[in-house]
Design a protein around this ligand. Structure first.
Ligand SMILES: Cc1cc2nc3c(=O)[nH]c(=O)nc-3n(C[C@H](O)[C@H](O)[C@H](O)COP(=O)(O)O)c2cc1C
Length: 410
């Protein structure tokens, strides 16, 4: 379906420029700003700008496959929209229009915890919905909220965990922003959360559960110990911890430790289809866009969101072709090079994670791989037995002890 809005605003920068003209100054400050010095906000972009995509040619790239599997869902693209609160400041029907626009071309929508009228939002969406939870009450309050989420037909939920305090966003403070005053008045329940609460919240409804705001390999490991179903690598678009790391940087080490055990979503600072390629190559399953989608919402409601997503996806496909890459799910870290201050590629891998071609598994024959897989899946074997059986399957029979020296024959 053709979108007339794209005739008027054929580029992403035109959407942003128009949104900056029509959004009231305080809402614009709320959307664009970051925490305190805005170092994290800037670093998200800085780090992405210091990665380059390798250009391979003559790779037969007529068709690009962007199909993505996530928690059992099949999505047409790995590009989604991040959950954002306060959407009524950008469109009178903000949350409803956002969900409608995000799902129109078959994508999913992540609904912000503060969105009023979950049923109305769910009714507007034509694709799967994920709920983003802020813990803003006692356990009964949370359980109640989650029952509503479950009843409304959501497919998964995530708890945002990077909000142990509400940061000092100086642009909002300068304008005495009402949304900031409202946030400051909320109960301080999130600062006391621990991993016990993760276990508890996960058990409340039978839906896949993730954590949003994971930024270190240590926390990713802990999250896996607590059996979360997905991780969302995020620094809240640079809006929470000041002077934190860029998410593309954290993604690299998190993907190393997670090693494909759960899907990774990433956001914060992603603005272009090429940014999505970088994140996918470094281990993300889905790449989420916050403010970029917000500009679409402000300019044209659901049509604007859909238009912006179309532009991002078009950029994704065009640049996949130009990079000689056929499938977004097969991108590997080898596609990405780090760039030094002079603009030259540095001969240092961006990730310690071995690419699929370089991994141990890929050095095995097909029958060895099948044997390893079978042993790993065997629930009847202990971890030690599995290790020995895999060693045997890969190296052949375990080396026998050296024959005792026959002293008499010396
Ligand atoms: C206006 C605005 C409101 C947001 N509200 C929420 C929220 O309610 N819950 C949440 O988990 N993250 C929220 N975020 C963070 C986003 O989910 C996301 O992590 C971030 O916007 C991604 O960065 P980007 O805007 O640079 O793409 C908000 C971000 C913005 C810009």
């Amino acid at each position: 379906m053709r979108l007339p809005l794209l005739d008027q605003y054929p580029t992403l920068s035109m959407f942003e420029a128009r949104a900056r003209e029509i959004v009231p100054p305080d809402a614009l400050a709320y959307a664009t700003g970051g925490a305190a010095s805005e170092a994290t906000l800037d670093r998200n972009r800085w780090a992405l700008q210091h990665l380059a995509i390798e250009q391979r040619v003559l790779m037969g790239v007529k068709t690009i496959d962007t199909t993505t599997s996530f928690l059992g869902l099949t999505l047409p693209t790995p590009i989604i929209v991040s959950p954002m609160g306060g959407m009524y400041r950008f469109h009178p029907e903000g949350d409803v229009e956002m969900a409608r626009g995000a799902t129109r071309d078959g994508g999913l929508s992540v609904v912000a915890g503060g969105a009023p009228g979950l049923d109305k939002v769910a009714a507007a969406a034509s694709g799967p919905l994920i709920f983003q939870l802020y813990w803003l009450g006692d356990r009964e309050w949370v359980a109640d909220k989650l029952r509503t989420v479950h009843a409304a037909g959501f497919k998964a939920f995530c708890l945002t965990v990077d909000a142990a305090a509400y940061s000092r966003r100086e642009r909002d403070i300068l304008l005495n922003m009402p949304l900031r005053r409202a946030a400051a008045a909320l109960p301080d329940t999130q600062s006391s959360l621990t991993w016990d609460d993760v276990d508890w919240v996960k058990a409340q409804i039978p839906l896949p559960f993730g954590l949003k705001g994971i930024m270190t390999a240590q926390d990713a490991e802990l999250a896996l110990d607590h059996r979360v179903d997905f991780l969302w690598v995020s620094n809240h678009g640079g809006r929470q911890l000041d002077d934190g790391r860029a998410t593309i940087d954290a993604l690299t080490e998190i993907a190393d430790v997670v090693n494909g055990r759960v899907p990774l979503v990433v956001d914060s600072g992603f603005r272009r289809g090429t940014d999505a390629i970088k994140a996918l190559a470094l281990g993300a399953t889905l790449v989420a866009f916050g403010r970029t989608a917000l500009w679409g919402l402000a300019v044209g409601g659901a049509d604007g969101v859909q238009s912006v997503l179309r532009l991002l996806n078009e950029e994704l496909v065009i640049n996949m072709k130009l990079a000689g890459q056929r499938s977004t799910s097969l991108l590997s870290p080898r596609v990405i090079r780090r760039i030094d201050g002079s603009g030259f590629a540095i001969n240092v891998p961006v990730s310690q994670r071995t690419s699929p071609e370089g991994s141990l598994m890929s050095q095995l024959s097909a029958s060895q791989r099948a044997a390893v897989q079978q042993i790993s899946d065997d629930a009847g074997l202990s971890e030690i037995d599995k290790m020995w059986s895999i060693t045997e399957a890969v190296l052949g029979a375990a080396p026998s002890a050296p024959a005792p020296t026959d002293r008499t024959s010396e």
